[in-house]
Design a protein around this ligand. Structure first.
Ligand SMILES: C[S@@+](CC[C@H](N)C(=O)[O-])C[C@H]1O[C@@H](n2cnc3c(N)ncnc32)[C@H](O)[C@@H]1O
Length: 427
């Protein structure tokens, strides 16, 4: 039994009384000076042994090389925190959502965020974004740094669509035909062709490889090769293989117009989600939990590890394994999260942020549903740091030299398509 949790008899009588008398559980708990965190499941396994668990976290940069980075579709900057920790220096980030921009500005007041309220930050307005980047950074072209970006992936995501019928209005996995988001990959490519960074990295969901048999991605890569880039074979990493306590697969495409050969980071082993969910919260920001109804708690408390509550479509996490993928929860609907492994309630934004390896001091702004969206959209910063460090090592010579000679582009094929090693749990 978790320390401080209620006895079953008391928990049952509170829940039954709330249901019988129509009293809301949150008010009854506070009347009794209790909280949701005192509630418990009917069944808990033995305490998880964490002695071998080395959770990935952002580390101090090994080299402060200050290679400049421009980031597009930067969201709340998960990918960018990784690049920063790997010694890169951001010259611009573009993002159109005001709340994500506010989060980045609050946590990194010195970063040049191109986005509301002062600028639109809408990357589909390509020419304006290019003008804003050039005006606010004063960089010379070609850009002697790295361009990174994760165009929104809903049109390609299997997980975000599997709940809906294909014919229904909610079905979004229409790939490049998607009205708003489909062409954003090509907006990214257009901006890349204008900026001509020395190296680029595109992040997306693995679904981008499968949609239309990979034809559009292939077309995008061919354009980059024609512009002089050597493009690595796209590869998929599962964050769980790199000490991130969460199954999360992401597709990466990396290319360079300087010499080098990208060597991906080596897997370092999996860690259970318990390793971060057991840690005390110590007043960390964004730890607001949902006020579930008594009826919901009664259903949740009967679940075993990894079991699903079909009515609420939420899963109890298994504390012995990495968490299921932290999801964004859609732009209109409320944020959704999994059930805590030991407390019959959904995870708070902070707990999701821990599963994503955000540091506790990184605060998310906006209403809680929008905080979940920002966290659920992000690349785990600790995985991003490993990738960014490898990217620097792989192209170090080309990134350091003053000028680069024109480079004949090519594709590296078949060498390193990395398929996810474990569970398939895309965003
Ligand atoms: C997958 S998320 C990026 C996550 C980010 N790389 C991270 O690690 O935190 C995609 C982002 O693109 C933004 N976005 C969508 N359409 C956009 C547009 N037209 N212009 C600029 N940003 C856009 C979304 O608001 C979202 O924050």
């Amino acid at each position: 039994m978790r320390q401080g949790s209620l006895t079953f008899a008391r928990q049952r009588s509170i829940l039954e009384m709330c249901i019988k008398d129509g009293v809301t559980l949150s008010s009854e708990l506070s009347r009794q000076a209790l909280s949701y965190d005192r509630l418990r499941y009917e069944w808990n396994g033995a305490r998880v042994d964490l002695s071998d668990s080395r959770v990935a976290h952002l580390e101090k940069p090994r080299q402060r090389h200050q290679t400049p980075v421009i980031s597009l579709f930067s969201g709340c900057a998960g990918l960018d925190l990784g690049f920063e920790a790997a010694g890169f220096r951001h010259v611009a980030l573009a993002e159109k959502e005001p709340i994500s921009c506010a989060t980045v500005r609050q946590n990194r007041p010195d970063w040049n965020v191109i986005g509301p309220p002062w600028l639109d930050g809408d990357i589909s307005d390509r020419k304006q974004i290019l003008a804003d980047i050039l005006e606010t950074t004063q960089i010379k072209l070609p850009f002697e740094g790295v361009l990174v970006g994760g165009p929104p992936c809903q049109p390609f995501s299997i997980a975000s669509n599997q709940r809906f019928s294909k014919a229904g209005p909610n079905f979004k996995r229409t790939g490049f035909e998607h009205e708003d988001n489909g062409p954003l990959l090509f907006d990214f490519i257009w901006l890349l062709e204008q900026l001509m960074p020395r190296v680029f990295l595109v992040e997306n969901v693995p679904g981008l490889l499968q949609i239309d048999g990979g034809q559009q991605l292939d077309r995008a890569i061919s354009r980059l090769v024609a512009s002089g880039y050597t493009v690595e074979e796209p590869f998929v990493l599962n964050a769980a293989d790199f000490g991130v306590p969460q199954y999360r697969q992401r597709l990466f495409v990396i290319g360079a117009r300087v010499d080098g050969n990208f060597v991906p980071p080596e897997p370092s082993g999996q860690v259970p989600c318990e390793a971060v969910l057991r840690l005390p919260l110590n007043g960390a920001p964004n730890h607001i939990t949902r006020m579930h109804k008594a009826e919901s708690i009664q259903r949740y408390m009967r679940l075993g590890y990894g079991e699903r509550d079909h009515l609420g479509r939420v899963d109890r996490l298994d504390p012995r394994r990495p968490s299921k993928t932290v999801i964004a929860g859609g732009t209109r609907g409320g944020g959704r999260s999994h059930l805590h492994p030991h407390i019959p309630r959904t995870l708070s934004v902070r707990e999701c942020a821990r599963l994503q390896t955000f540091p506790d001091e990184y605060e998310f702004t906006g209403p809680s549903a929008r905080q979940f969206t920002q966290v659920g959209n992000a690349v785990p910063p600790a995985l991003a740091q490993k990738l960014a460090a490898r990217l620097y090592e792989s192209y170090q010579k080309g990134l350091r030299s003053e000028t680069t000679a024109p480079h004949p582009g090519s594709r590296r094929r078949g060498s390193q398509l990395r398929l996810p090693s474990t569970e398939s749990t895309p965003r």
